[in-house]
Design a protein around this ligand. Structure first.
Ligand code: ATP
Ligand code: MG
Length: 251
């Protein structure tokens, strides 16, 4: 089943087109990977999916993005609610300079959910268990999150994202600041999370795209050159440009 449908999406920074005529459908409970060289529009595309680009002045978007058959750019859309439903995890782990506990429940507090401490604690435990961090931090929930390792910080950021019960999780190069072991831990986590969420990940690591995703899209100069089952993209791509990129001859 598809969670998101993108139709003829164009995006401009000023007069400069960054995305041109992008159409694709993103499946629920799968991982969709977006690959392509630097500057080809992957992050811009990801930010269109929860309207994070709205915060950048002098930009323009046209086309349609449907989330469960509702156009997210329709007038009257509640953008805060959209960003709860479509959460985002960034390249550099960005925990707030607060305790582990406060980080996990940050979004819930902003939204005014669960003011009661025992409810919040239950949420913290559930979310930290979900990201396989609970055993490592359960005795230090009130320590500064910035004292965790980078891999732990990234798992904490994922816990903070899922604490507001999103439906879609966008991840923009979530492992690029991590060592190989922490990277594999995040990949394991993604495999678990995909059972419950629609996940879209941008990665420069083609082995990672091949390992974790079910669909892959290849972007080039603001266009979606090819979108297919991951295995097809990596074993018999239709487009010469895709083949050149994945074999390291272009990009
Ligand atoms: N805030 C901005 N203002 C103006 N131009 C921007 C802005 N952000 C990105 N761009 C431009 O839009 C194009 C696409 O950038 P984007 O960051 O989406 O690429 P990317 O594929 O994510 O690259 P990378 O792999 O390096 O992260 C680039 O030409 C970039 O310079
Ligand atoms: Mg990017």
């Amino acid at each position: 089943m598809n969670k998101i449908k993108v139709e003829q999406l164009n995006f401009y920074y000023g007069s400069k087109p960054a995305l041109q005529d992008i159409s694709l459908e993103i499946a629920d409970r799968q991982i969709t990977a977006l690959i392509g060289p630097s500057g080809c529009g992957k992050s811009t595309f990801l930010r269109c999916l929860n309207r994070m680009n709205d915060t950048i002045p002098n930009t323009r978007v046209d086309g349609r993005i449907w989330l469960d058959r509702r156009d997210i750019y329709a007038p009257g859309t509640d953008v805060t609610n959209l960003r709860v439903r479509v959460g985002m995890v960034f390249q550099r782990p960005n925990p707030f300079p607060q305790s582990v506990f406060d980080n996990v429940v940050f979004g819930r507090r902003v939204l005014g959910w669960g003011k009661n401490r025992s409810d919040l604690l239950a949420t913290v435990e559930a979310c930290l268990r979900r990201v396989a961090l609970w055993d490592e931090v359960k005795d230090n929930l009130y320590q500064d999150a910035l004292r965790l390792s980078l891999g732990q910080q990234q798992r904490l950021c994922i816990a903070r994202t899922i604490a507001v019960q999103p439906e879609v999780i966008l991840m923009d190069e979530p492992c690029s600041a991590l060592d190989p072991i922490a990277t594999l831990e995040i990949e394991d986590l993604m495999r678990v999370l995909k059972e419950s969420y629609c996940i879209v990940i941008v990665t420069h690591n083609m082995q990672q795209a091949a390992r974790v995703s079910q669909r892959t899209g290849f972007f080039w100069l603001g266009r979606l050159v090819e979108f297919d089952h991951t295995e097809a993209i990596f074993t018999h791509p239709h487009e010469k440009l895709t083949e050149d990129y994945i074999t390291g001859r272009a990009g």
